[in-house]
Ligand binder design. Structure first.
Ligand SMILES: *Cc1c(COP(=O)(O)O)cnc(C)c1O
Length: 411
């Protein structure tokens, strides 16, 4: 059957009919363990009763009213996000790229409102991913995504990942801000050192620049803190959120201090759908769950357990897995075979994971994942590795055979 969808995705030939918690159920009834969570979106798993109830209740009242009127549900989400973070104000939109657009505009407008309109450039890092709009593509600077789309939006200076000297050299009289993901998700779950974030904060303070964190993937509990920046002592001036914020309902947000948002006055920005009652009711339900005592403790505890078990898998299959990295339940396995092969082998074991840059397989279980489901995920990963090991020739095959033996004794 020919598809009438624009063929911009390489889709797996598999469709899911339903979901329950950490499980996705295919049309033929087969159950898959979901360690992708819609790429860090379904943080509370599938069909969470609290989200279902909130969505159904609001759906029967009013879905959308436009931002010409007050939206109490949005006031409440904004208040809760600010109370839980560095921020004073929030702008709601519908996606990560839009949240980043707002962050970029807010930083430029800040400089302009402070009589420095020539300061519009933003320093970003190689391998970054900030979205697919023209400006966020320019911010990400990845050639494969920019190719063929005409002149690259001006105003972004990219420096190598983790290179402080290059960052300092890139700061000039036109620089407005520095933008970074505290953990670079798409480019392979690369954790930025706290010392580097501290150094960026110091440079921003010294030169009057704003520090922007893209927490679209890392935010909303994924790393074991509500926001990834909270594992350290460095606060941004502006932060973009999306993915897990709506638990699967499309939703993005740009948070800022009131100082950083100085230029964002009436008429300076807008979104038709952003922060409508339906989206905001779901976001409040997400926050009800995530802000409840013990929720983040569960994420931290289960993540530690998962990491320990993954380290054992890495030791058992040294020819397949080079490194386990990440924070909380944002985990990357750097593979020594093509990452796609491991993703395929996992899917053959009815477990879904997603590849990232640097030949990494990302494991993003929902934050509500249980200890038993982690054990099940490890068992499936073990079988997937054994499957691959048998297929790897030469030295790797020998190492694989050793891995098999270790696996047997570990049972
Ligand atoms: C996914 C992602 C985006 C883009 O989000 P969209 O909702 O696809 O626009 C931006 N930044 C980061 C870090 C992301 O992971």
């Amino acid at each position: 059957m020919t598809s009438h969808l624009l063929p911009t995705y390489a889709r797996v030939n598999l469709a899911f009919e339903r979901g329950e918690g950490a499980w996705l159920i295919a049309a033929n009834g087969e159950r898959y363990l979901d360690f992708t969570s819609g790429v860090a979106v379904n943080a509370l798993g599938h069909a969470h009763p609290r989200l279902l109830a909130a969505l159904a209740e609001q759906a029967g009242k009013v879905w959308h009213v436009s931002n010409l009127y007050e939206i109490p549900q949005a006031e409440r989400v904004a208040r809760r996000l600010c109370q839980a973070s560095f921020a004073d104000v929030v702008f709601f939109c519908n996606s990560g790229a839009e949240a980043m657009e707002c962050a970029i505009k807010t930083a430029r407008k800040y400089q302009s409102a402070n009589d420095a309109p020539e300061r519009y450039r933003i320093i970003t890092f190689e391998g970054a991913f900030h979205g697919r709009t023209l400006a966020t593509l320019a911010a990400g600077g990845q050639k494969k995504y920019l190719d063929g789309f005409g002149p690259v939006v001006d105003g972004f200076d990219q420096v190598p990942f983790g290179d402080l000297d290059a960052t300092k050299r890139a700061i000039g009289s036109e620089t407005a801000a520095i933008l970074i993901e505290p953990i670079m998700g798409e480019s392979g779950v690369r954790v930025v050192a706290l010392s580097f974030l501290r150094a960026l904060r110091a440079q921003c303070d010294r030169h009057g620049l704003l520090l922007i964190f893209d927490e679209v993937q890392t935010g909303m509990g994924r790393t074991g803190e509500l926001f990834a920046y909270q594992r350290g002592d460095v606060k941004p001036d502006i932060m973009a959120l999306a993915k897990a914020l709506g638990g699967g309902f499309p939703l993005g947000a740009c948070l800022a201090t009131s100082a950083a948002a100085k230029g964002m006055t009436v008429g300076s920005h807008g979104s038709t759908f952003g922060g409508n009652p339906l989206a905001m009711s779901v976001a409040n339900a997400v926050l009800d769950v995530m802000l409840a005592p013990g929720f983040l403790d569960h994420v931290q505890r289960i993540a530690l357990l998962f990491k320990q078990r993954l380290a054992e898998i890495k030791d058992r299959y040294p020819a397949l897995i080079a490194e386990v990295r990440g924070e909380g339940l944002l985990i990357g396995l750097r593979a020594l075979v093509p990452a796609g092969n491991l993703v395929d082998a996992l899917r053959a074991e009815k477990m879904i994971a997603v590849a990232a840059g640097d030949n990494v397989v990302r494991l993003l279980p929902p934050l509500i994942v249980s200890e038993q489901e982690i054990a099940e995920g490890i068992a499936r990963l073990d079988r997937a590795c054994a499957r691959l090991q048998r297929a790897v020739p030469g030295d790797a095959g020998v190492a694989a055979a050793a891995g098999e033996r270790n696996r047997e004794t570990a049972r």
